[in-house]
Design a protein around this ligand. Structure first.
Ligand code: AMP
Ligand code: ZN
Length: 117
């Protein structure tokens, strides 16, 4: 399958690995938008949040388990996890992934969501 993140998981494309276990792989985003910007991805190819169902939702739990482990290991107290689903939401790689952002005070509320027109 011609998928960038599957190639990163199998080592065909290099990445800055942060964490790996049987279910998930975590690496540094190539274009960070925060001092800490990791991507946590399931090792099974799932296109996006809309591709989650009862056969693969265990991978999502494993993503969040990994995030908690990574945060503890790195002493990260506050972080935000984001998933973009679909083009209009900003999804550019069609392999389910969760952005883990930290290291900066983040805004919250409608004004932080950007323009919607
Ligand atoms: P999204 O826009 O939600 O689909 O997120 C895709 C993310 O993948 C972006 O933040 C990109 O900077 C990141 N990205 C794309 N290619 C690579 C790569 N080869 N290594 C690490 N991160 C990447
Ligand atoms: Zn994939």
């Amino acid at each position: 399958m011609d998928c960038l993140f599957c190639k990163i998981i199998n080592g065909e494309i290099p990445s800055a690995k942060v964490y790996e276990d049987e279910f998930v792989y975590c690496f540094k985003d190539i274009a960070p938008i925060a001092p800490v910007h990791y991507l946590i991805i399931p090792k099974q190819h799932i296109c996006c949040a809309n591709g989650i169902d009862e056969t693969n939702s265990n991978f999502v739990a494993k993503v969040f388990e990994a995030a908690a482990k990574i945060a503890k290991a790195e002493g990260i107290e506050s972080y935000r996890i984001i998933n973009n689903c679909g083009e209009d939401a900003g999804q550019t790689v069609m392999h389910l992934h969760f952005h883990m952002l930290a290291g900066v005070k983040m805004g919250w509320g409608p004004e932080s969501l950007g323009k919607t027109e």
